[in-house]
Ligand binder design. Structure first.
Ligand code: ADP
Ligand code: MG
Length: 282
């Protein structure tokens, strides 16, 4: 095995190319979660989703942020939606299959969101099983996809709890900047509460360092303190800072399509291999 020291200060193992998935298994559901905004949740949802498609997976992306950045980042106009995830959450007559949109990437589908979703917490609060609303919505498509990625909003409110309740695993993107670790303890508490109350299968798949700048010392220091606190839960794969990601958002395409030969696209392919090595069912 070829071992080289990566940006996290550990030897980087070789992650094998993903094998085909067992047919007929239900989708593995992964929530992209961090209550801090601007840490790369949406970028990771789109890029990992598209790279999973390259690895032969059928992927559904769920926009679960009223800002609708995932919807916009895939080239849709969030304002123009007749229906979105909000409607399936509050109206049992509307099924998720009515909401699924195909993206420009074959095999990559989207359930969109927009500002309407900001009313969902208030509407759900009085419901029985309010934490399970998203899990219920996703049930009818669990055999149509191999992986479902949920892009969470930056908060630890009822929407985040719904995402964590629906998910098998969580990926926590963190900006490689000082203070990135602030708040992660709170997120861990929330994950533990969800595990105790509504979803005892939930696990943390990994913490992902994003927007890493190898020219600065503090990026490395942040990664080192991440590894000190979280050990092997920290992904070996680290995503470097590059403007290609915002360019891809403007183009409404995943980086693997917009700039397929860029280092950013390569990093998300590497992350895909690492995620699949940690989630053998995906
Ligand atoms: P979140 O969903 O956590 O709020 P985003 O994925 O929307 O974060 O990222 C916030 C901003 O940073 C976006 O403008 C995005 O294009 C940009 N961005 C994300 N990842 C990177 C990166 N690795 N390098 C540079 N810019 C990035
Ligand atoms: Mg986002």
């Amino acid at each position: 095995m070829d071992l080289t020291t990566g940006p996290t200060g550990r030897s980087t193992p070789h992650f094998p190319d993903p094998a085909p998935r067992a047919p007929g298994a239900p989708a593995v559901i992964i929530a992209m979660c961090n209550q801090k905004g601007g840490v790369g949740k949406t970028t990771t949802t789109i890029s990992l989703g598209a790279a999973l498609v390259e690895a032969g997976r059928r992927v559904l992306l769920v926009d679960f942020d009223p800002q609708g950045s995932l919807t916009v980042g895939l080239g849709f106009n969030a304002h123009d939606l007749d229906q979105s995830i909000y409607h399936a959450l509050i109206d049992r007559e509307i099924g998720v299959k009515d909401l699924v949109m195909s993206t420009s990437v074959k095999g990559l589908d989207l359930v969109p969101a927009n500002i309407d979703l900001s009313a969902a917490e208030m509407r759900l609060v009085t419901e029985v099983g309010r934490e399970q609303a998203l899990a219920r919505v996703l049930k009818p498509v669990r055999f149509d996809y191999d992986v479902i990625l949920i892009d969470c909003q930056p908060s630890l409110g009822l929407l985040a709890v719904n995402a964590l309740t629906a998910a098998h695993g969580v990926i926590i993107p963190l900006e490689c900047e000082y203070f990135a670790l602030r708040g992660v303890a709170l997120l861990k508490d929330t994950i533990e509460r969800v595990r105790e109350r509504t979803n005892d299968e939930l696990s943390i798949i990994g913490l992902l360092g994003t927007m890493y700048d190898s020219r600065t010392l503090h990026g490395k220091e942040v990664l080192q303190s991440l590894v000190e606190g979280w050990g092997d839960l920290v992904f070996h794969t680290v995503i470097r800072r590059t403007v290609k990601f915002s360019d891809a958002t403007v183009a409404g395409e995943p980086i693997t399509v917009y700039a397929p030969n860029s280092p950013g696209a390569a990093s998300y392919r590497e992350l895909t291999r690492e995620v699949l090595s940690r989630c053998p069912d995906a």
